[in-house]
Design a protein around this ligand. Sequence first.
Ligand code: GEK
Length: 257
Amino acid sequence: MTTVKPNNDNKHDKENNKDTIYSEPLGKVADFVFDKSVVNVFPDMIKRSVPGYSTIVHMIGQFAERYNQSGSKCYDLGCSLGAATLAMRHRITAADTHIVAVDNSADMVERCRQVIDADSAEVPVELIHDDILKVEITNASVCVLNFTLQFIPLKQRQQLLTKIYQGMLPGGILIISEKLKFSNNHHNELMTEFHHYFKKTNGYSDMEIAQKRNAIENVLIPESFDVHRQRLEDIGFKNTELWFQCFNFSSFITFKQ
Ligand code: GEK
């Protein structure tokens, strides 16, 4: 079997930026990458695939409004097209605060720049094309990993979160949204089934769901909430709590005191 790169060929769907990347049968499905074909359909893809995504993005704005500190930075790590950046940008009120948005996909960053330039809010945004494992984090009052940590190799997650902790100010908040896995197999399968049904009711076919699952399985590695919390508390974060969950999608907050 040959490995076929998925494509987005239907003219009507293309014009509507509809995600049809896995709508044709593929021989062997290649690992998922955040390239131009994904960038073109990303808002549609994430809205139809991640239950609660819009609510989570909106609430990131509310957290940023509450926790941003004068003269500090707010980081959007793995910013994609800047949804969380814009949510924060429109809610931050403290003087002399700016947002640092980082993504390692050149295609994402290029499109994100257009999105930010088209937005008229005043808070400055520094957009960086780099690996979040490499960027320096300093003077941070708000840090966001909105469905990004799950793409970081397991062995590097502790190192990344430690760097974030060290770069945060006392009183700062870290917001992490992740796909979860559950230790109870029955519950894990049930949540997976509910998630797939959510995608089906959003117009994805069984074949699209199955092919996307294959493409993502080596790339997106979920962990349980207990594993996330233990690692964060080992690093020094306090009061790690879930504030949102729908099936196997979650968002949690944790603090530097
Ligand atoms: C949103 N937060 O819409 N360094 C930088 N970026 C990375 C890395 C890395 N090592 N690994 C992955 N990414 C966004 C959604 S999407 C989630 C985040 C999803 C980037 C990757 O290029 C992609 O843009 C993003 O993390 C994950 O609020 O697609 O499920």
